[in-house]
Each structure stands twice: as structure tokens, then as C-alpha cells.
Design a protein around this ligand. Structure first.
Ligand SMILES: C[S@@+](CC[C@H](N)C(=O)[O-])C[C@H]1O[C@@H](n2cnc3c(N)ncnc32)[C@H](O)[C@@H]1O
Length: 227
């Protein structure tokens, strides 16, 4: 899908040379992504996608949908209510669209930037983001966008690899980031839960495993204050 396409792909994602390079990296990796992810998933976080997606309700947005590995796991009622996926890599998005077609799912998969969503405030009942906040350049801007587009009292579902609870692993993560951040934009020591708590979302479920490296969170944005 070209960046200058019309319709749902009309808005060009993040600009800037570094972001352009990072986005191209995802384009190059798109063909091998599912195989690599299947290995990581089996070893590190079996069942997490299923658990997280099963909690989605109503109109749902998936941010940085990648190749659409979560698509098969949403409840039918979510697909019926309207499932939208945003992704900035045209090649990853092509894979997601093919997967949706194979699964016979009627979903809206569009090119866009997680840090600057071209979507109205409060448009969704649920926002999902899995294994992407480690890779989004400004992950706090992306979290703020998720909180903006979900309705008051809506659900934010996050899963990712995060900073470990074990100091030797944290040390390894810090060393790995010396290479992974400049070369691939990949962060190992982020913790989206901190942002969620600092911004007043109400954590309803939270699970952490693998020496703290795998974490998922279900949180609700504050309900609109009474007038
Ligand atoms: C590790 S993959 C995860 C994909 C998918 N969420 C999953 O669970 O398999 C990270 C994804 O984030 C996307 N991404 C990174 N920065 C982005 C941004 N600013 N806007 C939208 N997508 C972004 C990448 O293109 C890639 O598809």
C-alpha cells in the first residue's frame, strides 16, 4: 500500500529520517515476522494474545496491528460492533489485510501513526495494543492517543515485554538497548503500566510473568465527571 493512497490510507505516518528508517525496517521484516513471533510467543507468552483479546468489548481499535496476529482472537461480537486496526508499515498492513481476508473478517485496517491517530475523541469502547509499545518511538504519545480515542470509562488493553524484576536481566536489557534502540528502535526497559497508573486509569486486571518481562494490563479510563 503506497503512502500517498487515498481513503483510509490518506494520512502519511510519522515523518523524519529516523522514523522513516524505522518504518522501512518493519516493511523489510514483514515477511518473516509471523515465524519469528511464533517462536517468541511459544516460549515467552503463550496464551497472552487470547486472554487480552477475549476482554475486548464493543467498538474496538487495535493500535500498531502489525500482521494482524490478534485478529483471530477477538470475540465475534467485537468484529460485529466494528474492529479497526492502525499500522504505520504498509508491508505489515498488507499482511494484516490478507489475514483478515483469509479469516473472512470484515474489519477496517488502515495506515496511520500510533503517535498521532487520525481518529475522533472517544470513538471506541476498547483500545488494544500488543507488543508494540516497545517499538513505537514515542510510546507515551501513543498511550495518550489511546486514552483520547477510547470513550470515558472505556477499556485499554496492553501487553508487552517490559523491564524485568530481576536485576541481572535488567542489566542485560540495558546492554541490549545500547544496540537495539539506535539500530531497530526496540526498547526493553519500558513499562506502560506506569503511564496507565500516573494518568488515572483504573487497573482492572494485571498479570506479569517470566521474571517480570511479560506484562499485560486491562485498565479503564475515568468515566466522564458528573456535570
Ligand atoms: C513487534 S510488532 C507488533 C505487532 C502486533 N501488534 C503484534 O502483536 O504482533 C510492532 C509493530 O508496531 C508498528 N509500529 C511501530 N511504530 C508505529 C507507529 N508510530 N505507528 C503505528 N505502528 C507502529 C510496527 O510497524 C510493527 O508492526
Amino acid at each position: 500500500m503506497a503512502d500517498d493512497a487515498t481513503g483510509p490510507d490518506a494520512r502519511p505516518p510519522s515523518t523524519g529520517r529516523r522514523l522513516h528508517r524505522l518504518r522501512r525496517r518493519w516493511d523489510r521484516e514483514a515477511g518473516a515476522y509471523d515465524r519469528a513471533m511464533a517462536v517468541a510467543e511459544r516460549r515467552l507468552f503463550p496464551g497472552v494474545r487470547q486472554q487480552v483479546c477475549a476482554l475486548a468489548q464493543g467498538r474496538t481499535l487495535e493500535v500498531a496491528v502489525g500482521t494482524g496476529l490478534n485478529l483471530a482472537h477477538y470475540p465475534a461480537a467485537v468484529v460485529a460492533a466494528g474492529l479497526t486496526g492502525v499500522e504505520w508499515s504498509p508491508a505489515m498492513l498488507d499482511h494484516a489485510r490478507r489475514r483478515a481476508a483469509d479469516l473472512d473478517l470484515d474489519v477496517d485496517l488502515r495506515l496511520g501513526d500510533a503517535q498521532d491517530l487520525d481518529l475522533p475523541d472517544g470513538a471506541f469502547d476498547t483500545v488494544v495494543c500488543t507488543f508494540s509499545l516497545c517499538a513505537i518511538a514515542d510510546h507515551e504519545a501513543a498511550l495518550a492517543e489511546m486514552a483520547r480515542v477510547v470513550r470515558p470509562g472505556g477499556l485499554v488493553l496492553l501487553a508487552d515485554h517490559v523491564v524485568s524484576t530481576s536485576w541481572p536481566l535488567r542489566l542485560g536489557q540495558a546492554v541490549a538497548e545500547l544496540v537495539s534502540v539506535p539500530l531497530a528502535g526496540e526498547h526493553f526497559r519500558r513499562r506502560p503500566l506506569r503511564w496507565v497508573e500516573e494518568h488515572g486509569l483504573d487497573v482492572e486486571r494485571h498479570e506479569r510473568s517470566r521474571r517480570g518481562v511479560i506484562e499485560w494490563v486491562a485498565a479503564r479510563t475515568p468515566a466522564r465527571p458528573a456535570p
